[in-house]
Design a protein. Structure first.
Length: 766
């Protein structure tokens, strides 16, 4: 298929697209439909339009942009003086730029006249974000940079999830936490729950041991109200609605972005408490073959091994990782009478494989990228039940296959970024039990197919807009369900980002306003409208002080288990459920003052109001999901980081106050601790790092009547890691003691947590 470029020249030479000309393209372009997915003509029309946009973007890359301004230079490491490669250098708010090569050099050409924030970013170094440059037509500006290694995540990190495009964390309204691969490598976690356990505003509901189910609550939300993404691909399935974090290893993960607060305006249903996006590695730091080998040995007969391999050439890169984990989970605990018992049927064996392929093509100014990734996970584990009703035979089997394809590139001109993403995921779950002389077995399969297109247009130097549209299909089949169930969703969203810059003498330096709105159409629940607006007020630039706020509507659609769970002796579904709906707002303050010591401080107050909350309640001696009373979650999040000795000593602390109440009964919602605090002391010296972690969690109720209480607990961990470089070889040693004081405690009632856990990690990077 070919297109006449002469026809497109009048379209691509200006930011606005002539709709009538594109309509002729859609009319005359003939594409054979090969899709067998449900959705009918609407889905096939949507697919045709999206493929047309790809063709347009691909064929216009031969056009050259008019030379305007140019910046160029070289980036060095402050400590060694050597050039630093793979450094991202780009301009805000237009968000286009380049990366340094192996010699540390970079060039950004064809920059329109205007004032820009220059961003210099690389994992493992302190970012440069404060510099503002003025570009005029014909300017050629040489800018060299020296980067300082960092042991503390900077307040000015680069975030994608909050606004669906790269933005500085201090230039977005939402409260955001970033966990980079430096911290992941130091901590050597075996699953995602271990990574997120100390993040502000998050509470991990842990059923004990590596094989125990681990779900999450953000700002008092249910697990079904937290959206989890993998490179933008939704991991929450339509049957249960939640994600078990024990089933998500972190091999191949480059960065984790945690966006606090409701985000239904951009991500739709389930994004009530927040959004967690796992971002995999797309580019490698050096050409050729690289990677790492890691092994882990721990208490309770726990062990794992992991291999990560990366290959990088000029226009092609690939990554492959494999993680194998085994744990007997046979730790001891104290029962209600104080007697020592051993946890049985709590073992876990899992395998995880991730592969990714990336291709760059097209003119350098209009370079396009194509990424394919595939993730496989399989696990067998015991289901020990509760202390009151233990199980010695129940077994769980989980398997997941995920495929994701992402196309990104410039379209029509340098100021427009286009992305098309297609994905599918299959989840198989099987449960078998022979307890109490009865054999029971059930299985289910969840299939998800999705397609989404996004276009970001820079309308002016301080004004950009993001458009998006997509569709998703969910299908459930299972032995316990008398019939299959499906759900089809169509959606569209739009977000504006407008910045007003004031004079140098003004008390407020800039005002950023980000309104967004999304419209969803469900095949089984009709339509839903989700608006949101956020803003950032930046004050004195020397203090990096900012005031941010958000207000928006949120909702969650009932999942298949809540609607269609077949009636048995204990429970049944409720097909008459209504979607949860409500609104949330927050107000926050952050600063990064110019003190002799490095310091950052964040404070956020939030409220989430929900109507028609879905909860399982007893009716006629059975548990049935119902839309219950209004709820209100409010609280305060405080995050403070301090480096008394730069790059040598760091102190991290966060505290969360939470009040989550059923407004009709005035009862506290279950498993919502009022006070949670986390602290870390990090000492770094000559390739060695020692971290002492502490966590304290207050009492929480285990029942809706607020009768059963779980006691306050405090846990301390020690993590020591050491690295040394021999040419291209970098060995690693890590020692960890989890639950240093051997505390006996429960996070979930009747589900004891492990005692002291010794861990040894040995690795080799090349």
């Amino acid at each position: 298929m070919s297109l006449n470029l002469t026809f497109f020249k009048p379209i691509i030479n200006r930011n606005r697209i002539d709709a009538w000309k594109l309509s002729y393209v859609f009319h005359f372009l003939k594409l054979k439909d090969t899709s067998r997915m449900p959705g009918g003509n609407t889905f096939r029309l949507f697919k045709t339009c999206m493929l047309t946009l790809i063709c347009v973007g691909t064929h216009i890359t031969i056009l050259q942009a008019q030379e305007k301004g140019k910046i160029f230079g070289i980036v060095h490491d402050q400590r060694t003086g050597r050039p630093v490669e793979s450094v991202s250098i780009y301009l805000q708010p237009v968000s286009y730029g380049t990366e340094t090569g192996s010699d540390g050099r970079y060039t950004i050409s064809s920059i329109p006249a205007g004032s820009y924030h220059l961003v210099v970013n690389r994992i493992g170094y302190q970012n440069i974000t404060e510099q503002t440059i003025q570009i005029h037509d014909g300017d050629e500006i040489k800018l060299d940079f020296t980067l300082q290694p960092a042991i503390l995540s900077n307040i000015d990190g680069i975030v994608i999830t909050a606004t669906r495009s790269p933005s500085l964390s201090n230039m977005i309204p939402a409260s955001v936490d970033i966990i980079d691969n430096v911290k992941l490598d130091h901590q050597s976690p075996q699953n995602l729950a271990e990574v997120l356990n100390n993040v502000q505003g998050l509470y991990i509901k842990d059923y004990g041991g590596m094989g125990g189910i681990k779900t999450i609550s953000m700002r008092g939300s249910n697990a079904e109200q937290v959206l989890v993404l993998l490179d933008g691909q939704r991991l929450n399935n339509a049957q249960s609605g939640y994600v078990d974090f024990s089933t998500i290893p972190i091999a191949g993960i480059e960065k984790i972005e945690i966006v606090h607060g409701g985000n239904s305006a951009l991500y739709g249903a389930d994004a009530v408490g927040g959004v967690i996006n796992l971002i995999t590695r797309k580019e490698n730091e050096k050409a050729g073959l690289s990677g790492s080998l890691n092994s882990f040995f721990g208490s309770f007969d726990s062990k794992s091994w992991e291999g990560i391999f990366n290959y990088q050439q000029q226009f092609f890169s690939a990554a492959l990782s494999y993680h194998n984990l085994h744990s007997a989970g046979n730790y001891t605990y104290a029962d209600a009478q104080g007697r020592k018992q051993q946890r049985i049927n709590n073992d876990l064996s899992s395998q995880d494989m991730f592969s990714s392929f990336n291709l760059h093509f097209g003119d350098p100014l209009y370079q396009q990228k194509l990424n394919f990734s595939y993730k496989y996970y399989y696990a067998e584990r015991g289901s020990p039940g509760t202390l009151s009703f233990p199980s010695s035979t129940s077994r769980l089997y989980n398997r997941s296959d995920q495929f994701n394809a992402i196309y990104t590139g410039k379209i029509f001109n340098l100021l427009n970024d286009f992305q098309l993403q297609g994905y599918f995921q299959n989840d198989w779950n099987r449960f078998v039990s022979d307890d109490y002389g009865f054999h029971s077995e059930n299985n289910s399969r969840n299939s998800t197919y999705g397609l989404e297109a996004q276009l970001k247009m820079v309308l002016a130097a301080a004004h950009q807009r993001v458009y998006g549209a997509g569709t998703r299909y969910n299908h459930l089949t299972g032995s316990d369900f008398p019939s299959d169930h499906q759900r089809i969703l169509y959606y569209a969203f739009i977000q504006d980002e407008i910045e007003y810059v004031f004079g140098s003498q003004a008390a407020i330096k800039s005002l950023l306003i980000i309104p967004a709105v999304r419209f969803d159409i469900f095949s089984d629940f009709g339509s839903h409208f989700s608006p949101k607006i956020g803003s950032v007020l930046n004050f004195d630039t020397s203090w990096n002080a900012a005031l941010r706020g958000n207000v928006g509507m949120v909702y969650r659609a009932p999942v298949f288990n809540e609607l269609y769970w077949p009636e048995d002796s204990w429970s049944k579904g409720n097909p008459d459920l209504r979607p949860e709906n409500g609104y949330d707002w927050d107000l926050g303050f952050q600063m990064h003052p110019p003190l002799p010591v490095e310091m950052t401080f964040n404070l956020t107050y939030f409220q989430i109001h929900m109507n028609d909350l879905i909860a399982w309640q007893y009716q006629d001696m059975k548990s049935v999901p119902k839309n219950i009373n209004r709820t209100k979650s409010s609280g305060l999040e405080i995050n403070a980081n301090l480096q008394p000795v730069k790059n040598a000593v760091a102190i991290l602390y966060n505290y969360t106050y939470l009040s989550a109440v059923d407004l009709a009964t005035h009862k506290i919602l279950t498993y919502r601790p009022r006070h949670t605090s986390n602290g870390s002391l990090i000492l770094t010296w000559r390739g060695m790092q020692l971290e002492i972690q502490s966590q304290s969690v207050s009492q929480r109720f285990a029942d809706a009547e607020n009768i059963q209480k779980l006691a306050t607990y405090s846990v301390y961990n020690i993590i020591f890691s050491a690295y040394h470089t021999f040419g291209n070889i970098k060995p690693k040693l890590s020692l960890q003691i989890i639950n240093l004081q051997d505390r006996q405690y429960q996070i979930i009632e009747d589900q004891p947590m492990p005692g002291r856990d010794f861990r040894l990690n040995i690795g080799l990077a090349f």
